[in-house]
Write a protein that binds this ligand. Structure first.
Ligand SMILES: Nc1nc2c(c(=O)[nH]1)N[C@H]1C(S)=C(S)[C@@H](COP(=O)(O)O)O[C@H]1N2
Ligand SMILES: [Mo]
Length: 522
């Protein structure tokens, strides 16, 4: 069947060649833009995460094989979200353009492609863990708008390309194309900023007053930081703290509506509002947080002073039933993270944190409340935007990353990093200062050594804060001769175990091996 548009009883679908194809592609693009704009507009009411681009992007994150996700985190790091959304929109644009070209000859097929987009968006939105019926509407409307605009523009294009077409038909088509494009731009960006202001926890966060902790910490001594230019501070500022999560649209939680449930295999399930949480005894705790996806020498590690309430007393209050070995935490956006019950009850300072470096938790770092457990990688301990703690067993349920091939148990491996000078840097021969960071979270760092051209030497350790925090180090390398040198680093943890030299990739339970750089003395 040839379903090219028929105008006035005669097939008029004429304008061949590049011009016609370009206009077809443009029509497809504009139809796609109108669809996205419609989706955003409906998402103003249905929720930011239900917008078609976000829903499809988050779906792609969930479906992507571990290797791809790992690649994205490694290559794009904290910008992996923008990279993904860009990817989603580029693919969408290509297919829209192709559908627009196809529509000139095979309108029905092109219409099905446009409708298919709506269906993919609906499927994506429906499979989001935090989805409800409303989440389906943005993509439903987007699909309908895509089909309608595509048919409309294709018909006007055909009319304008017909043999008896005059300037009126051509003007009508171009006007429609430009008008629809402008409408999509205004509607889309307008809706996006409406969404951003409607779902914005910043004002609520600004109003939160974190009480003075019952157990505050004294300031750390200046000796925790070797005074070496270029070495990051002992506490990582919130703004530069690494961020790793699957949230394309960051959960915006109103603390007055937030509630945490502790349930599952407990004798007395309990519910906690934010107000109640702030009235519990609060403690201050310094803790270094690391991502299992951090490559050797990588940046996904940060150190902060947190305020929160200890989690162990709450678990005891709820009465953990025998046999429960996993706390399966769920965030407001449906992330699940399984933490060993033991790790929370064995005396370490596991907490429900509400403040980071003296401020309410930043929204990207879990406002209003996140879990933290010293000694474990983030993906098995550090649930941001946490709303539910289910006591269960590892045998019966697996958290998000564990279900995707990462280890169920993931204590932080001993790691060390050369931060100064940078890899490949040129330094003046003579005295060269090396400096960096080492962590063996919850075991502490007892020693750091640097290997220069094959020979190990003891580095100077900065003062230790607690075993739960990283430790900075420096080494004055006297008489560094001119030439290229290989410099490696390794740490010994508080139990006396030397960091392993075995090279392992980040999957399944964290990278290992020595960080090694080249230094050129000139
Ligand atoms: N809700 C939620 N919590 C989460 C994650 C997530 O994707 N969603 N990622 C985890 C991972 S893998 C890490 S390493 C830490 C990172 O915390 P940060 O972004 O505050 O540095 O958060 C953990 N908590
Ligand atoms: Mo992570």
């Amino acid at each position: 069947m040839d379903d090219a548009v028929v105008v006035g009883g005669r097939k008029r679908f004429g304008r061949a060649g590049f011009g016609g194809i370009a206009l077809g592609a443009l029509s497809g693009l504009v139809a796609g833009a109108c669809a996205l704009a419609a989706g955003e507009l409906v998402a103003v009411f249905a929720g930011a995460a239900s917008a078609p681009g976000v829903a499809v992007g988050e779906w792609a994150i969930d479906l992507a094989p571990t290797a791809v996700k790992e690649f994205a985190i490694r290559e794009f790091g904290t910008h992996d979200k923008s990279a993904l959304l860009t990817g989603v929109y580029v693919v969408l644009a290509l297919i829209c353009a192709a559908a627009g070209v196809l529509a000139r000859r095979h309108l029905t097929a092109a219409g099905f492609i446009a409708a298919g987009f709506g269906v993919i968006g609906i499927l994506a939105a429906a499979t989001r863990p935090a989805a409800n019926t409303g989440s389906l509407f943005p993509s439903l409307c987007a699909g309908a708008v895509a089909v309608w605009v595509l048919l409309w523009l294709t018909r006007l294009a055909a009319e304008s390309a017909a043999e008896d077409a005059g300037p009126t038909e051509r003007r009508r088509f171009l006007g429609a194309l430009l008008g629809a494009a402008a409408g999509a731009a205004v509607g889309g960006f307008g809706a996006k900023s409406w969404i951003d202001s409607r779902y914005n926890a910043a004002p609520a966060r600004a109003a939160v007053k974190i009480p003075v902790p019952a157990r505050p910490l004294p300031p750390v001594t200046a000796a925790t930081h070797p005074d070496v230019p270029g070495l990051g501070p002992f506490f990582t500022p919130n703004a530069s703290f690494y961020r790793v999560d699957t949230a394309l649209s960051v959960p915006q939680i109103d603390p007055s509506k937030w509630m945490l449930r502790i349930r599952g295999m407990v004798a007395r399930p309990l519910e906690l509002t934010f107000e109640q949480l702030l009235k519990l005894p609060l403690e201050e705790h310094d803790l270094t947080l690391t991502c299992v996806s951090n490559p050797v020498g990588g940046p996904y590690c940060g150190n902060a002073r947190w305020i929160g309430t200890p989690l162990a007393p709450l678990l005891r209050q709820a009465g953990v039933r025998t046999g429960a070995d996993q706390i399966l935490a769920t965030s407001s956006d449906g992330m699940t993270i399984g933490t060993p019950v033991n790790a929370v009850l064995d005396g370490r300072e596991a907490m429900l944190a509400v403040a980071m470096n003296g401020q309410a938790l930043p929204i990207e770092h879990g406002f209003p409340c996140r879990m933290l457990v010293p000694g474990l990688y983030g993906y098995v301990s550090a649930t941001k935007w946490v709303v539910d703690l289910e006591l269960t067993t590892f045998a019966s349920s697996a958290g998000y990353w564990v279900a995707r091939g990462w280890a169920q148990q993931a204590p932080v491996k001993t790691a060390s990093r050369i931060d100064v000078p940078g890899d490949g840097a040129s330094v003046s021969q003579g005295t060269v200062t090396l400096a960096g960071t080492a962590w063996a979270t919850h075991r502490g760092v007892a020693a750091v050594e640097v290997r220069i051209d094959g020979q190990w030497r003891e580095a100077a350790l900065a003062a230790s804060d607690t075993p739960d925090t990283w430790r900075q180090w420096s080494y004055k390398w006297e008489n560094a001769p001119r030439g290229s040198h290989r410099v490696a680093v390794r740490a010994t943890d508080g139990t006396g175990t030397v960091q392993t030299s075995a090279v392992r990739d980040v999957v399944p339970d964290g990278a290992s091996g020595y960080h090694e750089i080249t230094v050129n003395a000139v």
